[in-house]
Write a protein of this length. Structure first.
Length: 92
């Protein structure tokens, strides 16, 4: 018997009133659902803006990585140039 009582207590509360006609099972009216849909619009806009920002940030990181490679190559070139100059100098 105790097991049956536990099973009953785990199930949905049966003391809740039945939903009125014209409402959904959860008790939301159409106007509430519409407000909820309207409330979602700023989030959709925000998500679109964040997606665009992330694309820009990703591109900026790619450009920075490319610049870093160019700078490293330039440093190597300058070092080679200095070494060649030093090697060409007569030693005393």
């Amino acid at each position: 018997m105790d097991a049956e009582k536990e099973d009953e207590s785990d199930s949905a509360d049966t003391d809740m009133p039945a939903p009125r006609e014209g409402t959904s099972r959860a008790g939301c009216s159409k106007s509430k659902r519409k407000r909820k849909e309207v409330d979602q619009e700023p989030y959709v806009v925000r998500n679109a803006i964040l997606a665009e920002k992330n694309k820009i940030a990703k591109r900026m990181l790619e450009i920075m990585a490319e610049d870093r490679v160019v700078l490293q190559q330039d440093r190597k070139f300058r070092l080679d140039k200095v070494l060649r100059y030093l090697m060409s100098c007569p030693s005393d």
